[in-house]
Ligand binder design. Structure first.
Ligand code: AOF
Ligand code: ZN
Length: 466
């Protein structure tokens, strides 16, 4: 019985996204003698809380006496004055008969104190009904309060063979057209396609790997996130805007990781910084003339200490990857020769800093390097891949990052993964996509136009780091 009403409260809560953010999504249901007499959810940041909305709804429907009613609420009622008065006071004032709570509120202002206040008012309570679902409803809110950093979603688009772009000399290739459909009609309207190696055609299309539907979906996703992180490599290569212009929603704070302040003053990011809040995170000094020039254009320059470097090793020689004996083109470790690699922004410090500024959700977009660094820094809670239905099949094209070994250098063959038979390892089994997928858990698949969205949580040890 409890499950039925708590499920309804969960369903209601979801309607609050994205306008309730960065507050949690919360739903509430009032039940009297088996009948739902009031429902509510936290619909917008700064607006009434779910419990209050449900109480008002019951009153409007003519139910004034709630002393026999049970309130189901997905999150512990608050007991503090924030943008609204404490829900506990209202629950006590209304003399609500019983309260069933999904999960405790991790916010230090509440955190058990709401439950205590209701107990002290002698209101019968049940806590922890559908606790897991109620926690999973708010990954941003719980990650932020429990880890002190935003929830990180790493989003990338790739081809079936794990390529995230075309070789650098071919920056503007068209979207792929299968070889049996070279007359330019779109492949999702034609015959079922065989998944042999499909060579991108140069006749029509755009430079996007993912399709139009995925492109829209990314803009929708951006509207749900408070901040978006991107590396300078992507800014230099694509000159992106990183806004939600294809979806009605708030633009996230843009955070560009640019350790050496290479961002061009003519880039679209800099040009639009007076309209869209933007941070450039760097190892350069705030006194650097380039930092000053950026600040004059509306950018916040955040100078962070560089990532601690491993001690320089005078005997350093690049190691071939153990899986490719004798192959001097194996993956290098993520940091190259420590004597020559430039200072890099510590993404973990950056995430903690964003947490201190109240950022609860971070969409990580960008190239293989930023993705590999984010995974290694333990700031990725979920990976979301838009997988396009073709292969790029060009060894010189950049690939997805290896979850542990960093970025495969362009031009090198894909790494082999262990194979149970002695047969030749099929092309896909060698793909960086399979390598990344093998390090994800809780995988979900969903169609997105002609692409497939694959999501998963990075396995420990990467995700277990706080
Ligand atoms: C509830 N019900 O529907 C929500 C709660 O600034 P305020 O007043 O909106 O308070 C925000 C805090 O209240 C938020 O950090 C979280 O701890 C709690 N959210 N509590 O009882 C609700 N949205
Ligand atoms: Zn409240």
């Amino acid at each position: 019985m409890h499950h039925r009403y708590m499920s309804l409260a969960l369903e209601l809560a979801r309607k609050g996204a994205p306008d309730a953010y960065p507050n949690p999504l919360v739903g509430a249901v009032l039940v009297l003698q088996g009948e739902v007499i009031g429902t509510g959810y936290h619909a917008r940041y700064g607006g009434p809380h779910a419990e209050i909305a449900a109480i008002e709804d019951a009153h409007q429907r003519g139910y004034r006496d709630l002393s026999q009613a049970t309130l189901y609420v997905t999150l512990e009622p608050c007991c503090h004055y924030g943008k609204t008065p404490p829900c506990t006071e209202r629950i006590i004032k209304e003399r609500i008969g019983q309260v069933v709570i999904g999960t405790e509120d991790p916010c230090p202002l509440v955190c058990g104190k709401g439950i205590k206040a209701l107990r002290e008012a002698h209101i019968p309570l049940q806590v922890g009904v559908m606790k897991d679902q109620c926690r999973r409803l708010n990954p941003f809110f719980f990650t932020y309060h429990e880890k002190g950093r935003p929830y990180g979603l790493l989003k990338m688009a790739c081809s079936l063979d794990g390529k995230i772009g075309w070789p650098s000399e071919d920056r503007d290739p068209p979207r792929a057209i299968p070889p049996n459909n070279q007359n330019g009609t779109h492949h999702d309207k034609g015959e079922p396609q065989s998944f042999s190696v499909i060579v991108p055609s140069r006749q029509t299309g755009s430079r996007w790997i993912s399709g139009e539907t995925s492109h829209h979906d990314v803009h929708r996703l951006r509207a749900h996130y408070q901040a978006i992180l991107c590396g300078i490599g992507t800014v230099l290569a694509d000159d992106p805007l990183l806004t939600t212009r294809l979806y009605p929603g708030k633009n996230p704070l843009r955070v560009i990781v640019d350790s050496q302040l290479r961002i061009p003053l003519t880039s679209r990011i800099v040009q639009s910084a007076t309209q869209v809040p933007t941070i450039v995170a760097t190892c350069a000094s705030p006194e650097d003339p380039k930092a000053k020039a950026l600040q004059e254009r509306g950018i916040r320059v955040l100078s962070l200490p560089p990532m601690a470097k491993p001690q320089p090793d005078p005997e350093y020689v690049p190691e071939p990857h153990p899986a490719t004996p004798g192959n001097s083109h194996g993956f290098p470790k993520q940091s190259k020769n420590p004597r020559t690699s430039p200072e890099r922004v510590d993404l973990r410090e950056l995430a903690l800093h964003l947490g201190k500024e109240g950022i609860t959700s971070l969409l990580i977009e960008g190239g293989s390097r930023i993705a590999a660094s984010a995974l290694a820094a333990g700031i990725v809670d979920r990976v979301r891949l838009y997988v396009a239905p073709f292969c790029i099949a060009d060894p010189a094209a950049p690939s997805l990052p290896h979850p542990e070994r960093g970025v495969p250098p362009e031009g090198n063959p894909p790494f082999p993964i262990p194979c149970l038979t002695n047969k030749a390892v099929p092309f896909y089994a060698k793909s960086p996509l399979s390598a990344l997928l093998s390090r994800l858990t809780n995988i979900t698949l969903s169609p997105c136009g002609e692409d497939i969205i694959i999501e998963g949580d990075p396995c420990s040890p990467v995700s277990s780091r706080k």
